[in-house]
Write a protein that binds this ligand. Structure first.
Ligand code: SF4
Length: 690
């Protein structure tokens, strides 16, 4: 445990934060909040990091109250130093919590407290990617040119967007329900080099209004993907400037345990047949005889044929990749350069020259800009393909992957094997205060070495505060000792899963969350459960949106929610609604995925132990996230059950057990599952259904 006395130096904002968060402090006095020592420590360290432009990695166990612990110092620091603080999250639900709950609460608190009144006027804004905004200028243009660019279904969609444009206050695509046809939205969103703000009236532009609000805000909320997209596209500050995205900014990354994976996705390439054909159809769609070239009066049949040639080359290229590499596989690593020919690159380069030549000959300024814009897109696709075909970037891994309903979309991807050097350069070396926080940055609540090396955060101060919840009194962990053998990646028996889930959830008077690692196992188990439990509400990932599933789960108090990947994290449900969490198997990632395989290879080449260095740590963090869904408040009670006997039979099982906050666990088997569950429920004073 950290000692305040040892670490604190006297300075204005950290001291003020101590007055706010201390026993009988301002937070208790004005909001009647309970005192939390860990929250006080976190607020103090955050204030220090902002003030000294230091880096801080802070693991705050569930219930520490971390969002207030970084938001209050962030707001005070922003107002005092006149520097913007960017708060980046992964999930929309956390953004909503900050915007709708935390910030209004903090403002009310400041208003009522004389010592803090001067900070009440803080301002906040959300930073969202440009392509999410409607561009009114492009909308008017699209209306005028609709007969050249849209078929009849697309024209109807355009009319729906026009109708919405008269009522929307933000111009944000999220408001459009159902979401727009992406082909049509491409023509009317703000992500275009045609955007020259000088020529548009500020009052007509949703994006400029949002940008103005962001530039004036003390606190800016955004997500990790946008941070890395802006960094990857060099739209942030240049390498010499002090600041991560903008000059002199300060940063908080919440849900920071996901940063290495999200960064990997954004610093590589991703090109699919679907995305290429979509871009080409925008230039000219031979089926409907519509597209940009229809607006260019000087465009010849030969010019349009160059698009047809590129479309044909694209189809042929990706069909041959599917036949050669993906017949019986979902993904395949690309390890030898020139694994494909460059015919498609040649067709795209030819098309780019034609577009540039048409642009040069055009007298219409706006049309010239549009032609140059698509020429740039075409050349960037061609460069990405060449990069992939020749495996040009050192320390990157390249792979092919098929997706879509029938596996009919093929994507060529690349990613850095290790993002530490990128994050070290783009975040930790920028000379500004940065905080990364989450409930699960360490593997065991003690050491954060693994996370530090993944994000290149060697210069950061590291702090860990455990959850204040009473796990000994309110929670038990049950571990299955006779589940089917899962060695060598064997599939789990869905009959065993369904029977165990049926037996356990029938006894608990509250809701059950079941976490899977595999969607087909989830679906098959759900089918059996629906027969076994005809009167129980069974909510299944994939059947409705995540938001709908969560709302129905919260409303019913006694239902079963079955989810994979995204359900292991970000679910925050208090009370009886979530009383039992069942984890179907230890969440090891698929070692066959090329990115993970490449990381394993790199560790082997350095004479390391990939299981200990990568597979096990990843699985432990995920397990901590999944099990962490159970206890969300001091009053919460419940059980976590793990149906994978490897936690008891393998040497690494003890690493999983010791990483979790449960102080008491019990083994169970098929024959005593009910007895053990009833006894655990009894021990924590929880009602059973019997
Ligand atoms: S400033 Fe850009 S986004 Fe705004 S209306 Fe003009 S072109 Fe569209």
């Amino acid at each position: 445990m950290i000692s305040l006395e040892q670490n604190f130096s006297s300075s204005h904002i950290p001291d003020l934060c101590e007055d706010i968060f201390c026993q009988d402090g301002l937070l208790q006095k004005f909001l009647n909040f309970e005192y939390r020592n860990a929250q006080k420590q976190m607020a103090y360290f955050c204030a220090q990091a902002f003030e000294a432009d230091d880096s801080l990695l802070f693991e705050a166990g569930t219930g520490v109250g971390k969002s207030l612990a970084y938001l209050i110092p962030a707001i005070i620091s922003a107002v005092e130093s006149k520097r913007q603080v960017f708060i980046s999250t992964h999930t929309i639900s956390l953004q909503e919590q900050i915007i709708k709950k935390d910030l209004p609460l903090i403002r009310k608190f400041f208003e009522n407290c004389d010592e803090l009144k001067k900070y009440t006027s803080f301002t906040e804004a959300i930073l969202i990617g440009k392509s999410n905004y409607l561009c009114t200028k492009r909308l008017f243009k699209a209306i005028a040119e609709k007969s050249d660019i849209f078929n009849s279904a697309e024209t109807q969609e355009l009319e729906r967007i026009v109708e919405w444009s008269t009522i929307t206050k933000t111009g944000l695509v999220d408001e459009l329900n159902p979401p727009p046809n992406p082909q049509v939205w491409d023509w009317v969103n703000a992500q275009s080099s045609l955007c020259t703000s000088k020529k548009c009236a500020d009052s007509d532009c949703f994006y400029q209004a949002a940008k103005r609000a962001v530039s004036r805000a003390d606190i800016v909320i955004l997500n990790h993907s946008l941070v890395f997209s802006l960094m990857a596209s060099a739209q942030s500050v240049n390498s010499e400037t002090r600041g991560i995205l903008f000059q002199d900014d300060l940063f908080v990354f919440d849900e920071a345990h996901l940063l290495p994976d999200i960064a990997s996705e954004h610093f590589g390439i991703s090109v699919s047949d679907y995305s290429i054909i979509r871009e080409l159809h925008k230039i000219y769609n031979p089926k409907f005889k519509k597209g940009l070239l229809c607006k260019v009066k000087s465009a010849t049949v030969y010019d349009k044929d160059s698009v047809l040639t590129a479309i044909a080359a694209c189809e042929e290229f990706f069909n041959s990749l599917r036949k050669k590499y993906l017949l019986n596989r979902q993904t395949v690593a690309l390890s030898a350069p020139e694994w494909a020919d460059t015919v498609l690159c040649n067709a795209l380069n030819n098309l780019k020259q034609i577009l540039e030549s048409l642009a040069m000959r055009s007298n219409d300024e706006s049309l010239t800009a549009e032609l140059k814009d698509v020429a740039r897109t075409v050349v960037s696709i061609s460069l990405s393909l060449e990069d992939a075909i020749f495996l040009s970037t050192n320390n990157f891994v390249y792979w092919l992957e098929k997706s879509g309903k029938d596996g009919n979309i093929t994507t060529i991807s690349s990613a850095p094997i290790n993002v530490a050097s990128i994050l070290r350069e783009k975040i930790f070396s920028k000379g500004v205060g940065v905080i990364m926080t989450s409930a699960t940055l360490s593997l065991d609540g003690k050491s954060m070495d693994n996370f530090v090396s993944q994000v290149g955060g060697e210069i950061a101060q590291v702090q860990i505060c455990q959850s204040p919840f009473d796990y000994a009194k309110n929670a038990r962990m049950l571990l299955c000792s006779d589940s089917p053998d899962l060695d060598n990646n064997k599939r789990m028996s869905v009959n065993f899963l369904a029977e165990s889930i049926f037996n356990m959830s029938s006894l608990v008077d509250g809701g059950t969350l079941v976490l899977f690692t595999n969607y087909s196992e989830l679906k098959s188990t759900a089918e059996i459960l629906r027969e076994l439990l005809p009167n129980k509400k069974i909510l299944v990932q994939g059947e409705k949106s995540r938001t709908q599933l969560m709302e129905e789960f919260k409303a019913s108090e006694n239902s079963l929610l079955l989810g994979t990947d995204s359900f292991w994290t970000g679910i925050d449900i208090k009370g009886k609604t979530l009383s039992l969490v069942i984890i179907t198997r230890l969440p090891f990632s698929n070692p066959d995925h090329p990115l993970l395989a490449a990381k394993i290879d790199a560790i082997l080449q350095a004479n390391g132990n990939p299981f200990a260095e990568i597979s096990l740590p990843q699985a432990i963090i995920k397990m901590r996230q999944g099990a962490g869904r159970l206890i969300r408040s001091h009053a919460d009670k419940g059980i976590v059950a793990i149906l994978d006997k490897r936690i008891l039979t393998k040497a690494y099982g003890k690493d999983f057990i010791s990483s979790l906050p449960f102080t008491k666990f019990e083994r169970f088997c098929k024959n005593d599952i009910k007895e053990k569950l009833l006894s655990a429920l009894n021990e924590i004073g929880f009602d059973s259904q019997i």
